[in-house]
Design a protein around this ligand. Structure first.
Ligand code: SAM
Length: 324
């Protein structure tokens, strides 16, 4: 047998870990797709009748990586597999569910990419990164073109188990990293004024103050003691949604991780953007039961914004608004 590439007509989606049901439900309910997957390779789902044109408004949020132009590569040796992938493109990330030893040997022969956990802040290169998966000893499904600049759509940080008052800090680290990747914006910095709604116990506030920004943190419950005396942080016990922008603004950045109905969050975002359309905003959209997709689309339709599901999101999406 010699190496052979066979282009496939469809698309393949890799869901976030343990989010397979969410991805399949999104395909059905958001995109009205009733097709069953043509093939399943571990957690990778291939649909032969779908094309990128079916996703002109964006790929599914619950797919951490979409293979946009998948192909099958048949090969004899590890060297041949790596050599064929290298001929197409420099960067390749693995998603493997079988033949792990062989897959590791192929990865070792490919040009180095950083698959380790990262320290925040980190700048993600915007170079294309392909995705490949061994489906047996002699066959790979792969795509040089994918929906993500992260290896297999994955971003994990080296965790700090001592200082942050909650694990929620990982969400703001990931969303700021992605905002910078998508738009080239700077991270919040010394001299920037941030408003954080629903800040208790203070994971996001801890990250923002750690970057040197001033934080006006609002919650009905107080922040962790360790943050209350930080000179960069001003805490107010209040309903964050009842402040009028002109009472407390101006701000450079607005954040919300409040658990509330998406309708309420959208109203609040609209109020702030009417006050200042140039605000940079990052908000968690918390899902309550069945997802109201037309409502989520209203967030997506706000100019200069995008929605994503983070590696550190649970049953929620993150809305990022960074004006040019
Ligand atoms: C998921 S927690 C926030 C975690 C926080 N981002 C962190 O990093 O530690 C949501 C918070 O929203 C607060 N909250 C809910 N409704 C609120 C409101 N109307 N105004 C202010 N805070 C609110 C809750 O008290 C809760 O502390």
């Amino acid at each position: 047998m010699s190496t052979k590439i066979k282009e496939l007509s469809g698309l393949a989606f890799l869901p976030f870990p343990e989010q397979t049901e969410m991805l399949l439900s999104e395909l059905k309910k958001r995109f009205s797709l009733n097709d069953k997957p043509t093939a399943r390779y571990g957690d990778l789902f291939y649909f032969e009748n779908l094309t990128a044109e079916d996703f002109s408004s964006g790929f599914p949020y619950w797919a951490r990586c979409t293979m946009i132009k998948p192909f099958l590569l048949t090969f004899d040796s590890i060297g041949e597999a790596a050599g064929e992938l290298k001929k197409i493109q420099r960067n390749w990330a693995p998603y493997q569910y079988t033949c792990f030893r062989r897959a590791n040997l192929i990865q070792e022969k490919l040009p180095y990419i950083n698959l380790k956990d990262r320290n925040f802040p980190v700048e993600i290169p915007s170079s294309p990164i392909g995705l490949y998966t061994l489906i047996d000893e002699h066959t790979i499904i792969a795509s040089a073109e994918t929906s993500s600049n992260l290896p297999a759509g994955t971003l994990h940080f080296i965790e700090d188990h001592e200082n942050p008052p909650s694990r929620a800090y990982l969400k703001i680290q990931e969303s700021l990293t992605m905002a910078r990747l998508f738009t080239g914006c700077e991270l919040p910095k010394a001299g920037d004024r941030c408003f954080e709604a629903g800040a208790c116990p203070g994971g996001w506030t801890w990250v923002l103050a750690g970057l040197g920004a001033n934080v006006f943190a609002v919650d009905r419950a107080p922040l962790a003691d360790s943050l209350m005396n930080n000179p960069l942080i001003t805490f107010q016990a209040h309903d964050a949604f009842t402040f009028k922008p002109e009472e407390i603004g101006p701000f450079d950045w607005i954040f919300s991780d409040v658990i509330c109905y998406p309708e309420r969050l959208l109203q609040w975002i609209t109020m702030w953007l009417e006050y200042n359309p140039n605000l940079k905003m990052i908000c968690t959209i918390k899902m309550q039961g069945e997802i109201d997709w037309p409502l989520i689309q209203k967030f997506a339709d706000i100019p200069h914004s995008r929605i994503l599901h983070l590696n550190y999101n649970k049953h929620e999406l993150t809305w990022i608004h960074i004006p040019a």
